[in-house]
Design a protein around this ligand. Structure first.
Ligand SMILES: [Zn+2]
Length: 327
């Protein structure tokens, strides 16, 4: 049974006072963007980085009570004008998981919290992303070992839960930087080894996208197929960036203004060519996965985003304040 944490009045007072002092003294006009992927109906040790619903709930309660949560596009305009409120935070979700629609949306609604979702447009109404297919396969493989030597990915013992988790983490990390065709072959092999087990669909459908849009969730783009942009030639990278914008705009019938780089590490997952492509495609701002707050004078097309990994409301809130105070 999950024990729901709540935000104590003392935590609330402390975070608000510290955040206000920070903004008054020498750290005005800053904001943090917190970045989620999935929200889980129940804890899953094989997907340990994602919050379960009770955890997501206290995190939203904390943000609602102790921070000023703004719609991302509005926050960017306030940032540009130099008039962000103290303790400014925006909430984002990457990739386009249906758990945003099924689990997170009611919580966001209960606290009247705005949010933005960066959608991998090619996965709408389609199958699961390759990283989730690794999890789907490895969790149903029989005890023994997983041999992926023919792809240069090594051999993994699968006797315990910890070993399965290690195999998932390592295969995922190593597969990220494989050419897409090789990665596809790895996933196909895993599917076969796993007996092509029927896995639940994890991604948003068109109808869910339209409902999110009606409910005021802003939709941003996140490429068509979620490649590592630096692994592509320039034409393919441009098609991934501009193509996701076009597909989402056709679906929603409105401009898509914001973009998030897949994986998001500067110099490794994207470089200046891709920053230029994002600007040329007509986006207004773009986001990385650098751990930091947004400060005055930063490149509008490489804005940092992260998520506190702390397990108590006080520590979670203090980490956001720490990012706001840095530099
Ligand atoms: Zn992503």
């Amino acid at each position: 049974m999950n024990q729901a944490r709540t935000v104590s009045p003392l935590t609330e007072k402390l975070l608000i006072a510290a955040g206000n002092a920070l903004a008054r003294r020498n750290r005005p006009n800053r904001m943090c963007i917190v970045n989620y992927h999935r929200v889980l109906a129940a804890k899953n040790p094989l997907v340990a980085t994602e919050p379960d619903l009770p955890t997501f709930h206290w995190q939203m309660e904390l943000l609602a009570r102790c921070f000023n949560v703004l719609p991302l596009h509005d926050a960017l305009q306030a940032w540009h004008a130099g008039c962000l409120p103290p303790r400014a935070v925006c909430i984002t979700f990457d990739d386009g998981y249906r758990s945003l629609h099924d689990l997170a949306l009611p919580v966001l609604g209960a606290y009247r919290l705005p949010a933005t979702v960066f959608v991998t447009s090619g996965h709408i109404d389609e199958g699961n992303m390759w990283n989730d297919r690794i999890i789907d396969a490895v969790q149903v493989l029989p005890d023994g070992q997983l041999n992926l030597e023919e792809f240069g990915l090594g051999v993994y013992p699968l006797q315990s839960l910890a070993q399965r988790r290690a195999a998932i983490d390592t295969v995922t990390e190593r597969s990220k930087y494989l050419p897409p065709a090789t990665r596809h072959a790895v996933i196909e092999r895993l599917d076969v080894l796993g007996g092509r087990a029927e896995a639940p669909g994890l991604m948003l459908t068109r109808d869910m996208m339209l409902r999110l849009d009606r409910e005021g969730i802003e939709v941003g783009a996140h490429t068509v197929t979620h490649p590592i942009l630096t692994s592509l030639d320039d034409d393919s990278a441009r098609n991934e960036i501009a193509g996701s914008k076009t597909q989402l705009e056709e679906l929603l019938g409105k401009p898509v203004r914001l973009f998030a780089y897949p994986n998001g590490k500067a110099g490794k997952d994207y470089d200046q060519r891709h920053v230029d492509m994002v600007r040329e495609a007509g986006f207004e701002a773009a986001f990385t996965t650098e751990v930091s707050a947004i400060r005055f004078g930063q490149d509008r097309f490489q804005l940092p985003r992260s998520r506190p990994w702390d397990s108590t409301p006080l520590r979670f809130g203090l980490r956001l304040l720490h990012w706001l105070a840095q530099g």
